[in-house]
Design a protein around this ligand. Structure first.
Ligand code: C2E
Ligand code: MG
Ligand code: MG
Length: 632
């Protein structure tokens, strides 16, 4: 009976719930039949089983829910891992891949099934495997986190990419290491931009030469070297003479190309261990190391290199088929004192460079302590210059030119600065200063106005000959120059034929075509041009015949040597050249009768010099002019 009712109950559990109702009568029969404990037991069991069933159903439901949630979480995790811009992977203890994210597959252009289950040999070239393995083992065997940069051949095969790889051990519930997880981030671009920042901080972007900062650091090393070993170094400060004109007139592209060529030439000149740097603009510096232990030797060696640099910069630079002349002024300072700081040495070389510019450019000067005083004076003069123009401190003197018959056939105006405290300052002290940083156009206009006014007064006295004015190359190249000249002639009512503009040969070097064009436009008006100090510059016949010239003025140093045979031959040659080009010839600086005689005998058209007349004030000349010209 007991067995039977138990079996029945089992049946109840197994059958649909409707069966419970059918058999409830039998149960009640059993209970009323005196088997009450049995019934209660069966009921309890039934309830227990019902509870167990409900619990199991709920558990199943929960498990399903958990599984769904887990799947969702896994999918979410995969989505995240796949969208991370880093290669993420898991390797087992045999260093075979058990998980890789999408980025890794893409980076190595492999399908996931081509990686999972395999080791690194499917991804990396043979030469890398040992080091990767060594790092993996450090993680797995020592349980350490490793982080390092590694270079991996780039996807394209050209060059290497830089990766930052971090590897960590993965542990099971018992704390044992079960796997290794790695994250590798491509930092190639970051590295490049870091290098770029470094490059910008220490190198000049245009020429790729070290910049001022880097140069000063190198110079610091040289000063330490001197303190420790006594090895003398030298700094060469180079400033290009004509660069500003090229840049202003031809544009920055041409200017940049010229700077790059100069940089290359300088680099070709120095030894390994020396430094060539660009400080900015057209300023370059050289650091020459270990020139010897004695000052004399180091000085001689530094000057020899400076001379080579000067020669290298004297060669024309060709850009787009056009030749440009830059030239360079060079200052030299030695690293030969324990107390000097890098910046002081650089300043000394800079000072010496200014000295060589003042001396006529395209030269080399060695720093001397007395130069510092000169620089200070230069700065003061520059400050005073603007004031000088406003307060009429500038003056002009007049020096006549005498034709073969001994009569005046021209005049040259020569500037003086009548300084209130320093006395009369000669042009060689201030013209260079005006040209480099002074009001060159304003002063040029002022001289031309004086020339026009003087001519008018001369005419009133019956002395009608042209007046020559010295024109600075900076003026001639200025885009406003022609317009300013025309305006002044109109304003003063001067005929263009009454003015001769003296230009130096150096203006013809840079861009003959452009210079010729500018000159031609003034020559078309009737203005005449003269080449001053002819023979000291670089002009050849090829240049001369392209310019609208009227006259050549033979430089004083050739005349000084007369009647020396070689000087005589040279002057004959110049006169023959002038005849060929149909130019008038004036000899400058004639001081002695024998010089005058010789010049007359070789057919020189006119002479200017102390022999005939020292430069004198305008008023004084106006008094004298009649007697020279024979005017009534
Ligand atoms: P420059 O144009 O060649 O002028 C001739 C120079 O020789 C003048 O020097 C004159 O005083 C000097 N001189 C003339 N005859 C003799 C002589 O027989 N013996 C000697 N030893 N010297 C003689 P200065 O006046 O000192 O002018 C020097 C230079 O300054 C000029 O050379 C010219 O290049 C420049 N200069 C003068 N005035 C001006 C100006 O108004 N503008 C510009 N841009 N430059 C000027
Ligand atoms: Mg002159
Ligand atoms: Mg001259």
């Amino acid at each position: 009976m007991h067995i039977a009712s138990t079996a029945r109950l089992c049946l109840l559990i197994a059958t649909p719930s409707g069966a419970i109702a059918q058999d409830s009568a039998a149960i009640s029969r059993l209970s009323s039949g005196g088997g009450a404990p049995m019934v209660w037991f069966a009921l309890a069991l039934l309830l227990f089983l019902l509870g167990a069933l409900a619990y199991s159903l709920r558990l199943k439901q929960q498990l399903r829910h958990q599984a769904r949630k887990l799947k969702q979480t896994e999918e979410r995790l995969n989505t995240i891992l796949d969208s991370v811009d880093a290669c993420i992977y898991i390797k087992d203890l045999q260093l075979r891949y058990t998980y890789v994210n999408r980025k890794l597959c893409e980076r190595f252009a492999r399908k996931i099934e081509e990686i999972i289950g395999f080791d690194d040999s499917v991804l990396f070239p043979g030469f890398m495997l040992d080091s990767i393995r060594a790092n993996d083992l450090r993680v797995i065997e020592q349980g350490r986190r490793v982080a390092y940069e590694e270079e991996i051949p780039s996807k394209s095969g050209s060059g290497m990419d830089v990766f930052l790889s971090i590897k960590i051990p993965l542990r099971g519930p018992d704390g044992d290491i079960t796997a290794l997880c790695g994250i590798s981030t491509d930092i190639t671009e970051l590295r490049k931009s870091q290098e770029e920042v470094q490059r910008l901080a220490y190198y000049d972007a245009l020429t790729n030469l070290p910049n001022r900062r880097m140069f000063l650091e190198q110079l610091e090393v040289a000063t330490l070297e001197y303190r420790n070993t006594g090895a003398i170094a030298a700094v060469l400060f180079i400033d290009l003479d004509k660069f500003k004109n090229i840049n202003d007139e031809k544009g920055h592209d041409v200017g940049d190309a010229v700077l790059c060529t100069v940089a290359q030439r300088l680099q070709n000149l120095v030894r390994q261990g020396d430094t060539v740097a660009r400080l900015g603009g057209d300023e370059f510096v050289l650091l020459l190391r270990e020139l010897g232990q004695s000052r004399e030797l180091a000085e001689a060696r530094a000057l020899a290199v400076a001379e080579q640099v000067r020669a290298a910069l004297s060669d024309t630079v060709t850009v787009n088929g056009q030749a440009y002349f830059t030239g360079g002024s060079i200052g030299v300072a030695l690293v030969d004192s324990r107390r000097k700081k890098p910046n002081d040495i650089l300043r000394e070389a800079d000072t010496a460079m200014y000295k060589s510019k003042d001396a006529g450019r395209n030269r080399v000067a060695l720093f001397r302590p007395t130069m510092l005083a000169d620089v200070a004076e230069r700065a003061v003069l520059l400050r005073e210059m603007n004031h000088a123009l406003k307060t009429n401190q500038f003056q002009v003197l007049v020096q006549p030119q005498l034709g073969s018959a001994g009569r005046v056939d021209g005049l040259e105006l020569l500037m003086r600065w009548d300084h209130p405290t320093r006395g009369v300052i000669m042009p060689e002290k201030f013209i260079g200063l005006i040209e480099s940083s002074g009001p060159v156009m304003e002063i040029g206009d002022w001289v031309l106005r004086r020339a026009c006014a003087l001519h008018a007064r001369l005419v009133q006295r019956g002395c009608n000959h042209p007046v020559s004015v010295n024109i600075s190359p900076v003026q001639l190249r200025h885009p406003d120059f022609n317009a300013r000249v025309k305006a002044i002639l109109e304003e003063t009512g001067t005929a263009p034929q009454d003015i001769i503009l003296e230009i130096t040969e150096s203006v013809l070097i840079d861009d003959v075509d452009d210079t010729a064009r500018r000159m031609q436009s003034l020559a078309d008006l009737g203005i005449r041009f003269s080449i001053d100090d002819f023979g000291t510059g670089y002009s050849g016949l090829a240049y001369l015949h392209r310019l609208p010239l009227y006259e050549l003025k033979i430089a004083r140093n050739f005349i000084q040597d007369l009647p020396d045979k070689d000087a005589g031959t040279l002057i004959r040659l110049i006169i023959a050249t002038a005849r060929l080009l149909e130019l008038r010839v004036v000899a400058e600086g004639v001081e002695r009768c024998d010089q005058a005689e010789f010049l007359k005998s070789v057919g020189c058209d006119s002479q200017q010099g102390y022999l005939h007349q020292h430069p004198i004030a305008e008023e004084a000349w106006l008094e004298k002019c009649r007697s020279y010209t024979g005017a009534a």
